[in-house]
Structure formats: C-alpha cells, structure tokens
Design a protein around this ligand. Structure first.
Ligand code: ABN
Length: 179
C-alpha cells in the first residue's frame, strides 16, 4: 500500500474511533442552530443610521402644495399616477373629449391646505384614446409595493372598460374624510 494511503487510512480509523454518529449529529445540530441564530443577534447599526441621515439632508425640500390644477403639486393629486387630464384637453375632474372615465378607480385621501380638511379623492383613468403624454405625475402618497395590488396605483384602470387604451387621469372629490 502507498504510504499516503496508509496515512489516510490510519487517520480515518482513529477519527472514527474517537467520534460516534451521535456526537457528529450533535455537532452538526449546533452548527446549523448557530448559523440560523446569527442574523438575530443585535448589531450596532449606528453607522448606517448616520449615513441615512446624511443622505436625507441631500434630498429636495418637502413637497409644496399648489393651487394650479396643471401642476403635479396640486393638493388633489396626492395619490395620482398618470398624465394630468388638465394638460390633455380636459380638466382636473373631467375627461378630454373623445375619452371616457374608467369604471374602476383608485381612491386616495388628500389634505386641502386652503380649508385644512381631508378629502376622499377618486382617480379615474380616461380611456379610449392613446396615451396623452403631457404632465406625467406620480405621487402615490401612502402607496405600498405592487405585491399588494389594492394598495398600489401603478395600474391601468381602463382595464375594465370596453376600450382599455389609457389616455390620462382625473381626480374627482367624493366627499370629506371624517376624523
Ligand atoms: N393609472 C395610470 C396608469 C395607466 C397605465 C399604466 C400605469 C398607470
């Protein structure tokens, strides 16, 4: 037998004599448990928090409400995602000629700075014409990622209309929100 083979045989036999199958399983269990618990240990994240605060300082100033229905900052557009119909031949609340309002819509709650009240706003897409392309506006306050479809506005609400071509989006006040 080759001396190297003999050496390996000897060390394997000696290891096998010193360890039992039960102790091997026990050690394996400890290693697996340690690996699973490691991410749960408290970690000092002060540095990361400081970096995030520094990055926040570089962000643009907070959104300023506007009275102009052709501006994305208009208060009623707080949860809109689409082209403003007021820039597409319609108004903030009416579809341009040749298009019709979607039968399903997205609902948001916006704060009106002029009277200090909150209002329920319906965002209907106007359908039946090709995309307007003017005044794209994407605010989506309180939106959740698309894995919860009912909490995300990145959707063509014309999907339930006979003609699902998306043209632009209007915002219609449904009523005041009660506190
Ligand atoms: N709600 C406007 C829209 C239309 C198509 C795709 C995304 C968003």
């Amino acid at each position: 037998m080759h001396p190297l083979d003999r050496l390996f045989e000897k060390s394997s036999r000696s290891l096998a004599q010193r360890t039992s199958r039960r102790s091997f399983v026990a050690v394996l269990g400890q290693v697996l448990t340690g690996t699973l618990l490691l991410p749960l240990l408290p970690i000092d994240r002060v540095n990361r928090a400081e970096a995030a605060a520094a990055a926040g300082a570089a962000l643009p100033p907070p959104h300023q409400p506007s009275d102009d229905p052709q501006s994305c900052d208009y208060w009623k557009y707080c949860a809109i995602d689409g082209f403003l119909c007021s820039c597409c031949g319609g108004s903030a609340h009416s579809c341009p000629p040749g298009s019709s309002a979607s039968v399903i819509a997205w609902i948001g709650t916006c704060h009106n700075p002029s009277d200090g009240r909150d209002y329920i706003v319906s965002y209907n897409d106007c359908c039946g014409k090709s995309s307007c392309g003017n005044c794209a506006c994407n605010r989506n306050e309180r939106e959740k990622p698309l894995y919860r479809l009912s909490r995300n506005n990145d959707f063509n609400w014309c999907a339930a209309n006979n003609d699902s071509n998306y043209h632009c989006t209007v915002s219609v006040i449904l009523g005041a929100a009660e506190q």
